[in-house]
Design a protein around this ligand. Structure first.
Ligand code: ATR
Length: 289
């Protein structure tokens, strides 16, 4: 029997998730079909209810419904709780729904496994304090960089997020032992973009939506340490504005979000099916067609 999955968002026509999951299914032989749903902006809950009633087994949730999904579900993974957002919905036997968030894991896998970047001991700058930044924050923190600085155009939002992260790391019982070590090893703080003037980072991650307006966050020219890397969560067919910034500012590596997109999908596939697909051929397929 074929199990049904889908991605829900609005707009949704551009989503690459159906292509990615079709490739995973072909590769693993898992009997699934994966569609796309144009979600009703005023009735996300109704769309989910209908999908489940028709036998659906899981959803990927994308813009603008990740927070709606978080608010709808009671059973949430720690990742989803920290992110305040759900990108993966799992339908359990009996129709019970669980929410998870695989965005941060996707970023970490792409950085560390696909590209060999070791975060431990590094100075990391995360640009942005909106939903995308929240989604990747906790796994970045757990990888124990020496410093994790969140910088945002609106400084207060970065400061609030840094405080929240430090507090949640201490408060969550299942990670308390780890968190205490993290507290000692990782300096986490938030600031505005202008406060970055004299600092240098080994990795700068762009989690702002500035690229959608063809802009780059206003960071000083010399933020990147020698040998530093640049990662844009955004993915486009040509280099994103932030990737171009990295190229012209001497980044040793410049990465866009395509690898993360495929890795977060692979993590969702694993949560649903208990099977881990290979991601390299699928990244290659999307990159080169
Ligand atoms: P997303 O879900 O994509 O994160 P969001 O929650 O609306 O979207 O957050 C957008 C983020 O990008 C914010 O951090 C925003 O900065 P502000 O908090 O100051 O609004 C940031 N952002 C958007 N356009 C930007 C620009 N041109 N320069 C710098 N930061 C920008």
């Amino acid at each position: 029997m074929t199990d049904r999955y889908a991605v829900i968002g609005n707009p949704i026509a551009h989503s690459k998730s159906p292509t990615i999951h079709a490739a995973f299914a072909a590769q693993t032989g898992e009997p699934i079909e994966y569609g796309r749903i144009l979600g009703d902006l005023n009735d996300f809950a109704g769309d989910v209810r209908r999908f489940v009633a028709e036998g659906g087994r899981g959803l990927n949730v994308t813009v603008p419904f990740k927070t709606d999904a978080f608010e709808l579900l009671d059973d949430l993974s720690e990742q989803a709780r920290t992110a305040g957002a759900v990108n993966t919905l799992i339908v359990r036997d009996g129709g019970l729904l669980r929410g998870d968030n695989t965005d941060g894991v996707g970023l970490l896998r792409d950085l560390t496994e696909n590209h060999g970047f070791a975060l431990a001991g590094k100075r990391v700058l995360l640009l942005g304090a909106g939903g995308a930044a929240r989604g990747v924050l906790r796994p970045l923190f757990d990888a124990r960089p020496a410093e994790l600085l969140i910088a945002n155009r609106t400084a207060e939002k970065a400061e609030a997020l840094a405080t929240q992260l430090a507090t949640s790391a201490i408060a969550s019982p299942e990670t308390r032992a780890d968190a205490q070590i993290d507290q000692q090893e990782t300096a986490v703080s938030g600031c505005g973009l202008v406060a970055l003037r004299s600092q240098r980072f080994d990795l700068i991650i762009n989690a702002t939506s500035s690229g959608l307006d063809d802009q780059v966050p206003a960071i000083p020219d010399h933020c990147l340490a020698a040998g530093g890397w640049v990662y844009d969560l955004l993915y486009a067919n040509e280099p994103t504005p932030f990737c171009r910034w990295g190229q012209t500012h001497g980044a040793a590596r410049v990465l866009d979000g395509l690898g993360m997109l495929v890795e977060q999908a692979a993590e969702s596939f694993w949560l649903w099916r208990g099977v881990r697909p290979q991601t390299a051929p699928v990244i290659d397929l999307l990159r080169h067609g």
